[in-house]
Design a protein around this ligand. Structure first.
Ligand code: PLP
Length: 465
């Protein structure tokens, strides 16, 4: 980076006192000649030193050395440093959504969380009281990276009932499913792996794999029977992995058929490709239980299974888990000891109590029924106001309805106008899949009245765009 070298040369001159406070710097042209670079490079160097407070520019006069010994002048070079950080920021709209997410003056018509009325406050309170009874007996020191043993045990037991035959040595507790995927990206997948992922998908609204320079390749959810052809287009010696949400995909609510699940497993076995199965919405089903997880067909440890309690209980607990062969769990537990020493023990104990007492099952039975009603309410408003301008799926589980407009509309403008003028927050489709003329709607978070109000407003704005 030539401009950094030049900035460093100028900085040295100033720090060594060769160029002193108030002195005018050589002109951009002279500096460009001296370093044999173009003036744009010089301007970049000057800007970077200006941002640190070493120099300042007087309009129409030139650039001067600041009184850099005066603390008031000196600024940190964070902006420049952060521009080159390993992990970059999300796209602007995602940053904005994340900022407004907790603002209660907005109607959150897209939010992927249970509303206040569906969070199991009483069960949580009871679980916390239970934990407080034996809190003195517990170790509050650092744990071992694997997670609370009783919670690992009960998760393994519940998974076995679902056809995933594992014990606690195959279970690791994480701080949510996103954390689990991050851990797998850094500690399980080999460097430069190509990630084949169903799309649209949750992973497209995150930067999980990008900062590690893993190439992402989309497998269209609507056309998953093509997955082999798509993957076969890439060299066989390239490391590959599959990330997939087979059950109640975020954002479309779709699920993969049994046949496709089996085909993907067989393909992964034949080609030795690991699969990360994200199954976070499994317990949120309506008419009938979801199909078996891909992990339950996995006879030789190709599938690593990820889930969490964020969707069924509360995201703020930050508790999720990974199911994988023991060797993988050991490696990840070791890596965790280098990164964060494990997840909060209090949250783990609270979730454990809810599971052990049967409260979790009672609660999920209850929210399934309520969410089904909320889904139906949303569907009937859509039928009334959107049937001429859009299509949508009827999800059998999860939180979302994926609304696709018939005509091309400017979804970005729709987002901005609704947020700024109406305080209604939508998730535009393009954060999950490029150029998609769609929005994600959630029936899980808002009240029936707010959902109806927001949908009518969305219709009004779509008409006006
Ligand atoms: C499919 C999917 N995976 C993972 C996550 C992240 O979940 P957690 O809160 O457990 O990190 C989400 C959250 O929206 C999701 O929809």
């Amino acid at each position: 980076m030539k401009y950094k070298e030049i900035a460093s040369y100028i900085r040295e001159k100033i720090v060594n006192g060769d160029w002193f406070c108030g002195m005018k710097l050589p002109t951009h042209r002279d500096l460009a000649n001296q370093f044999n670079v173009n003036r744009v490079t010089i301007i970049k160097s000057i800007e970077s030193l200006e941002s640190e407070g070493f120099i300042y520019t007087k309009q129409g006069s030139g650039t001067y050395v600041s009184d850099y010994l005066d603390d008031a002048y000196m600024r940190n070079k964070w902006a420049d440093m952060m521009e080159w950080s390993f992990q970059t920021r999300s796209q602007y709209i995602v940053q904005l959504i994340n900022k407004l997410k907790t603002n209660s003056t907005y109607i959150h018509i897209s939010k992927g969380e249970l509303g206040q009325d569906l969070i199991p406050h009483n069960f949580l309170k009871m679980a916390i009281e239970k934990v407080s009874d034996y809190i003195g007996d517990l170790s509050f020191g650092y744990h071992n990276g694997y997670g609370y043993e009783k919670l690992r045990d009960i998760i393994a037991e519940r998974c076995s009932q679902d056809g995933i035959n594992v014990d606690k040595s195959n279970v690791m507790i994480t701080s949510g499913a996103l954390h689990a995927i991050q851990l797998l990206a850094t500690g399980f997948l080999s460097q430069n792996t190509m990630i084949f992922h169903s799309t649209p998908s949750y992973i497209d609204s995150t930067n999980v794999f990008e900062y590690l320079h893993m190439t992402k390749v989309k497998l269209p959810y609507d056309n998953m029977q093509q997955f082999q052809e798509l993957i076969n287009q890439y060299p066989s010696n390239k490391e590959k992995a599959i990330y997939i949400e087979p059950t109640f995909n975020n954002p479309t609510g779709q699920s993969l058929t049994l046949n496709i699940r089996r085909q993907i497993i067989n393909y992964s076995r034949m080609h030795n490709i690991p699969i990360i199965e994200d199954d976070i919405y499994r317990d949120i089903w309506f008419e009938k239980k979801p199909l078996k997880s891909m992990k339950s067909f996995d006879t030789n440890g190709k599938v690593v299974y990820v889930s969490s309690f964020s969707k069924s209980v509360a995201p703020a607990l930050r508790i999720g888990w990974i199911i994988a062969p023991e060797l993988v769990i050991e490696q990840l537990a070791d890596i965790r000891m280098q990164i964060d020493y494990g997840s909060s023990i209090l949250s783990q104990m609270v979730i454990y109590e809810m599971l052990a007492e049967g409260d979790y099952d009672q609660h999920t039975r209850n929210i399934r029924e309520q969410l089904r009603l909320k889904r139906d309410d949303m569907l009937s408003v859509l039928e009334q106001h959107f049937s001429k301008i859009a299509t949508w799926n009827i999800p059998n589980g999860g939180f979302f309805i994926w609304l696709i407009f018939h005509n091309d509309i400017n979804v970005k403008r729709l987002f901005i106008e609704l947020a700024s003028k109406e305080h209604i927050l939508i998730n535009p489709g393009f954060i999950y899949v490029s150029d998609e003329n769609a929005i994600r709607l959630s029936f899980a978070y808002e009240s029936k009245e707010n959902i109806e109000y927001a949908l009518k407003k969305i219709r009004e704005y779509v008409d006006g765009i």
